[in-house]
Write a protein that binds this ligand. Structure first.
Ligand SMILES: Nc1ncnc2c1ncn2[C@@H]1O[C@H](COP(=O)(O)OP(=O)(O)OP(=O)(O)O)[C@@H](O)[C@H]1O
Ligand SMILES: [Mg+2]
Length: 333
């Protein structure tokens, strides 16, 4: 196995697609709430979202709690079916790929390293599990690879036979990252990988993700509340609001010249004195709207200081300029 370019020897025979993951008009509804005349209500958790990640890129997905980030990443992992639209992995619809094959190539790192690691297994068993599941290597080869990957995520080899409860939160998240990397996946889907950790530890894990990216030329989808992290890591940024993609484009452009009034407010939170404290509720004013009864027109209009009558009535369409898309009447023709 080749750690540097993230391929197995047999993979070297086939050319690798540049486009690793793509969402095409992806939507996901949930049936929820009290049944009204025997009809459950539709919660539109993700609506018509299109985005893509090329090899070696980091795509960050940002937005307030409840805007649909986790729902989107679960669909990317093949753990949740789409209601409509298509997710392509290396240009093939994932709906046609069996879940085992997806799991070999698309690996998750979840938010909470306490609940995502089996407390009854040693680190060796936890980290080597994906190799075992996919029938890769002998027991001896697996142990060698576990030690190699532990070195990479800076976990001392003496932890090989330790259990998760003997580790700190940051060390546990290193274990989760090691487990995700052990079979050289094409892409890591990290959903808030640092937000369950102490602020002092968050920077270590973040630095690890940055170093690993350089060392292994990794491709990530990164969901994060921490916009300072996003600015550091992301090549592309997707801003979501109430299930919709409201701004999307190159990270530098979004950070230097955000267009959507919501993105502008979000970015102001980078400058708040307490990093890791979430998004600026005061700046955003009114509460997050009820996703079961979203506002008419542009869903952001009740909180938007620039909203006009038109914003209350019609939903804006996504317009693209210089590779930066925005769904806002201020920018529609
Ligand atoms: N299994 C489910 N059944 C019903 N509704 C759901 C389900 N999962 C998510 N939702 C709803 O879908 C919307 C999007 O949720 P999601 O967890 O994707 O948001 P999120 O952006 O990840 O939020 P957070 O930042 O808090 O993690 C929310 O309104 C949530 O309540
Ligand atoms: Mg979430």
């Amino acid at each position: 196995m080749n750690l540097r370019n993230g391929t197995t020897d047999s993979d070297n025979m086939t050319p690798q697609s540049q486009r690793v993951l793509e969402c095409q008009n992806v939507s996901r509804d949930f049936k929820v709430g009290k049944k009204l005349f025997n009809k459950a209500l539709d919660l539109k958790a993700v609506q018509n979202v299109s985005m893509n990640v090329n090899r070696g890129e980091v795509l960050a997905v940002v937005g307030e709690s409840g805007c649909g980030k986790t729902t989107l990443t679960k669909m990317m992992l093949g753990l949740l079916p789409v209601t409509s639209g298509e997710i392509l992995f290396e240009e093939e619809p994932i709906s046609g790929i069996d879940i085992r094959s997806i799991a070999k190539k698309v690996q998750p790192v979840f938010q909470d390293p306490y609940s995502s690691l089996n407390p009854r297994k040693t680190l060796e068993a936890i980290i080597s599990l994906p190799m075992k599941v996919h029938g890769i290597g002998t027991a001896e080869e697996r142990r060698g690879r576990v030690l190699e990957i532990m070195r990479l995520v800076e976990l001392p080899p003496r932890f090989l036979h330790s259990y998760p409860n003997q580790l700190s939160g940051g060390q546990r998240q290193r274990v989760a990252i090691a487990r995700a990397l052990i079979i050289n996946p094409s892409i890591l889907i990290c959903d808030e990988p640092t937000s369950a950790l102490d602020v002092s530890v968050q920077a270590h894990i973040l630095n690890l993700l940055i170093d690993l990216r350089q060392e292994l030329n990794l491709t990530y989808v990164l969901v994060s509340h921490d916009l300072a992290v996003v600015e550091l890591l992301a090549d592309k940024v997707a801003v979501m609001y109430l299930g919709r993609l409201i701004e999307y484009g190159p990270g530098q452009q979004i950070f230097n010249s955000p267009r959507h009034p919501y993105t502008k407010l979000l970015l102001e939170s980078v400058l708040t004195p307490e990093p890791g404290k979430g998004l600026p509720e005061i700046a955003l004013g009114k509460e997050f709207p009820n996703p079961l009864n979203p506002p008419s027109g542009c869903a952001f209009h009740p909180r938007c200081t620039e909203a006009t009558e038109q914003c209350k009535i019609t939903r804006p369409v996504l317009t693209v300029e210089n590779g930066q898309s925005v769904e806002c009447h201020l920018f529609s023709d």
